[in-house]
Design a protein around this ligand. Structure first.
Ligand SMILES: Cc1cc2nc3c(=O)[nH]c(=O)nc-3n(C[C@H](O)[C@H](O)[C@H](O)COP(=O)(O)O)c2cc1C
Length: 165
């Protein structure tokens, strides 16, 4: 029994106050591409270059995340809100989310989107089983830098902030 209960709704409302970057997390497992929109990513360490992201166990891409395989963490630019919506869509899944021409690979084989703010090409190290989500830690093996402007999300809506702000 939780001694310090807080409702999910109270926590959700508090989290909506944060301004966060948004990424499209991608995998290519045996030729089957998939991915999801996520804002729960951050660096773990700089040396070695490691990053983490929390993936819901309900997400269709969750089962394709395997230690030793590649993932792309494509941090979206302000003009890529459509990609954020596509990769969070309830009606389009798997390959249907890769409908545009802007995909390529770097070292790991994970799908990397062009013209992002920045994309991290990673190899999954660990999948840590938590409650509703898995914490995925990964080593960054390549970086593709974009123009520097980031799509930011706050209170359920996009906020664009220029790089020099
Ligand atoms: C701005 C935004 C941020 C999100 N962040 C996360 C996240 O960090 N982790 C997560 O598992 N789902 C996150 N989601 C929800 C997933 O993108 C969504 O549940 C997705 O549809 C799940 O994939 P599926 O449809 O393939 O099952 C986020 C959605 C949005 C719009």
């Amino acid at each position: 029994m939780n001694q310090y209960p807080l409702s999910a709704d109270d926590f959700r409302q508090a989290m909506r106050l944060l301004t966060l970057p948004v990424a499209v997390i991608t995998v290519d497992s045996g030729g089957q591409r998939n991915g999801l929109t996520a804002s729960s990513f951050c660096s773990v360490s700089v040396d070695p270059p490691r990053i983490l992201v929390c993936i819901g166990k309900h997400a269709s891409a969750h089962s394709q995340l395997v230690a030793g395989e590649g993932i792309g963490i494509n941090v979206l630019a302000p003009h890529q809100m459509d990609q954020a919506m596509l990769f969070a869509s309830k009606t389009r899944h798997g390959e249907q989310r890769f409908s545009n021409e802007g995909w390529h690979t770097l070292k790991s084989g994970a799908p990397i989107l062009k013209d992002t703010a920045v994309s991290f090409d990673c190899i999954v190290d660990q999948i840590i089983d938590d409650t509703t989500h898995s914490i995925v830690t990964a080593t960054v093996v390549a970086v593709e830098k974009g123009a520097g402007e980031c799509l930011l999300y706050r209170n359920g809506a996009p906020v664009a902030v220029p790089a020099e702000a």
